[in-house]
Design a protein around this ligand. Structure first.
Ligand code: SAM
Length: 186
């Protein structure tokens, strides 16, 4: 699926550069690489952290089963209407911080999830917040579930290794800026 570039999305990202960490949405190549490890036939519940304009969200929805749920947590209110416009009954959109995963899963009566897909700018968040988010992600993933994250540097690579049984690292030049992609298996 091609990422649809909208100038207005870049404006929203630039306006909130301190929480977005970028000036342009992810490329279709990066999105494809990020989601490649997901077995969409088996997945029944996926969390997306930092969906922004929905470029990863649309790719998830295009491949998810009709009975798979997608829970999106986004702090930037400017993107919430755009995400709700996707108007898909499998989606639950929350204007909330990634650290509130557990409270949201309780609200939806969900025990654990299959995968967590994250575009969070980990390198810009403070260390305590990153540790908290990674801990909550690990606690709420099923055994064998995957945490998929991209990043423009390797800043948080060493923090992932002790939290997951296996961490695979890939890289793509075909994004602005080029990006590392982590596949972390619980
Ligand atoms: C790099 S942008 C990614 C947008 C889109 N998913 C993409 O790949 O182009 C990061 C997104 O994470 C959101 N974000 C930052 N901190 C967050 C937090 N603590 N909880 C939830 N979302 C957060 C930002 O508002 C922004 O939309």
């Amino acid at each position: 699926m091609k990422t649809r570039f909208k100038f207005s999305d870049s404006i929203k990202l630039i306006k909130s550069i301190r929480t977005s960490g970028t000036i342009t949405p992810s490329s279709s190549v990066l999105v494809k690489r990020l989601l490649a490890p997901i077995d969409f036939e088996a997945a029944r519940c996926i969390i997306e952290l930092g969906p922004g304009n929905g470029c990863v969200t649309r790719a998830l929805l295009a491949r998810m089963r009709p009975d798979c749920r997608l829970i999106c947590l986004e702090v930037n209110n400017d993107f919430i209407a755009e995400l709700n416009d996707l108007d898909d009954s499998r989606m639950h959109v929350y204007n909330a911080c990634a650290s509130s995963i557990r409270a949201i899963l309780d609200e939806l009566s969900i025990q654990q999830v299959d995968h967590v897909v994250s575009s969070l700018p980990l390198a810009l968040l403070d260390d305590a917040m990153v540790q908290n988010i990674l801990r909550v992600v690990g606690m709420n993933l099923r055994d064998g579930g995957k945490f998929l994250q991209y990043q423009y540097s390797l800043k948080n690579y060493s923090e992932l290794k002790p939290l997951f049984s296996n961490v695979k690292l890939k890289f793509t030049l075909r994004n602005m800026p080029p990006a590392f992609v982590y596949e972390c298996i619980k």
